[in-house]
Design a protein around this ligand. Sequence first.
Ligand code: FES
Length: 74
Amino acid sequence: MSKNQLLSERHYDIHVFCCINERESGHPRDSCSARGAGELQAYMKVRGKVLKLGKRVRINKTAVSTAVSWDRPW
Ligand code: FES
């Protein structure tokens, strides 16, 4: 197996990172968890299985990342 084939098999075609960060109640920036992100992530994971998307599609939970956070003014 070539290096490129090996690398190709290790990667996903689609990789979704779903922020489920949870901040304290009343935090001015709220949090994804308070807006139903955990339920959304679980739903996407189930739908992926129902649709038989296989291992090339991965739905991950993640906490907020400054690199991908949408709730910060840039
Ligand atoms: S709390 Fe999830 S992206 Fe900001």
